[in-house]
Design a protein around this ligand. Sequence first.
Ligand SMILES: NC(=O)C1=CN([C@@H]2O[C@H](COP(=O)(O)OP(=O)(O)OC[C@H]3O[C@@H](n4cnc5c(N)ncnc54)[C@H](O)[C@@H]3O)[C@@H](O)[C@H]2O)C=CC1
Ligand SMILES: O=C(O)[C@H]1O[C@H](OP(=O)(O)OP(=O)(O)OC[C@H]2O[C@@H](n3ccc(=O)[nH]c3=O)[C@H](O)[C@@H]2O)[C@H](O)[C@@H](O)[C@@H]1O
Length: 435
Amino acid sequence: MNVSIVGSGYVGTTVAACLADLGHEVVTIDIDEDIVDAVNDGESPIHEPGLDELVAEHGGGRLRASTDYAEILDTDLTMLALPTPSNDDGSIDLQFMEAGAASIGEALAGAENAAADPHLVVTKSTVVPNTTEDRLALRIADAGLERGTDFLVASNPEFQREGTAVADFLNPDKLVFGTDDDRATDLLHDLYAPLREAADDDVPVVETGIAEAEMIKYANNTFLATKISLINDIGNICKEFGVDAYEVADAIGLDDRIGEQFLRSGVGWGGSCFPKDTDAIIAAAREQGYDPTVLSAAVELNDGQPERLLSLLDDHVDVSGKRAAVLGLAFKPGTDDIRNTRAAPVIEGLKTRGADVVAYDPVATENMRERYPDIEYADSPAAALDGASGAVVVTDWDEFAALDAEFDEMADPVVVDGRRIIKRRDGITYEGLTW
Ligand SMILES: NC(=O)C1=CN([C@@H]2O[C@H](COP(=O)(O)OP(=O)(O)OC[C@H]3O[C@@H](n4cnc5c(N)ncnc54)[C@H](O)[C@@H]3O)[C@@H](O)[C@H]2O)C=CC1
Ligand SMILES: O=C(O)[C@H]1O[C@H](OP(=O)(O)OP(=O)(O)OC[C@H]2O[C@@H](n3ccc(=O)[nH]c3=O)[C@H](O)[C@@H]2O)[C@H](O)[C@@H](O)[C@@H]1O
């Protein structure tokens, strides 16, 4: 098939490179010329394990990039993989999606020969229910086109995670096809047929309505975020009783109805999606007149975990005027992404306490330096811990599990672990956030 993908960021590039690897001819359309040049030169514009190799193999060949929306005219369907950030009030900001949809409409309207079949436009981005039909389809139609005759719309949300995006895309737990037209459903089946054939296991396809598909994505993300908040709530109770929340989590995870994943309690969830998607669906629900109490509580609990971490530090050391170490800055291991990282409120809390903050992360330092140029950055955990009165652990990087003698160089060896990664040892005062 010939496929166009509008937006060549984390999702667009990963999906495009994987689809090219599965045999499709793919073109990504992006307004950023550097991204377009990189893809055509066989260089991935983003860092994801396995993506460099795929873009190197197919970039400039079965995978191309362009700034020209007219490219969509030669394709069987177009996916929208544009950003859906938050407005100040947490609601979804659709400006990029509407701009992309308008450009698609203009390109389709400008075609010299009318296509025999309506062009399928698929929302890959995460959007609140009814966005595709009530907002994006209208922007496409603004160019003088008619939905159903000139174009079709569908929703096919994406569930890949950062750090494992390629593997997740190629072996998804499910595919969700939100359509209102058999031809759209058939095209999505054709698109994913090679993926389902190559996948390690059977991949179930959920055929559903467009708004249902949009909501499935929010239900998925907010369920997972709430699951973490719930285990953090339970973990906070465990801490009060001196009970090990990880032993409790391992045991309840054996119940198939609960499941063992996403039960790691600690300093909470961050990243580019859980916080914004939770805020967006809460705001959208409130706009409809419904106040989602459990989701609001999940956010509130998440927001409180960094301060709980710091209050455990306060119990042992007054960091005012002293050097305090932060281990881990990325929102999770395996990425340099610091969007909504829990490290930000932790650094701010330490600064409020008057500490001289020294931070270490194996890959996210440069990103954090742009946000907090006024703190010190160490180039090893040992350098961060050297002379520190207290250390807090924010990201569960594997290398932190091996730390041992490095703690001997601390001025005041208090370690508060927000991710259950440091091994307890003699010579340090160790506090786990929930154990
Ligand atoms: N990042 C992730 O792991 C996941 C993200 N999502 C969702 O996918 C969507 C996209 O997210 P990301 O890929 O992370 O965004 P991103 O910010 O990495 O990439 C978006 C790309 O769109 C381009 N762009 C902006 N306006 C444009 C326009 N008018 N025309 C053409 N290109 C334009 C930008 O230059 C950028 O390269 C969001 O809705 C997000 O919630 C869903 C699952 C996973
Ligand atoms: O919509 C998205 O963008 C994506 O959001 C998440 O993926 P991602 O944010 O990349 O990373 P996760 O592995 O889900 O971790 C999110 C946060 O939860 C935290 N977490 C995760 C698991 C856990 O047990 N405990 C915990 O605190 C992580 O440290 C991290 O801060 C979802 O897992 C993806 O399915 C989804 O596609």
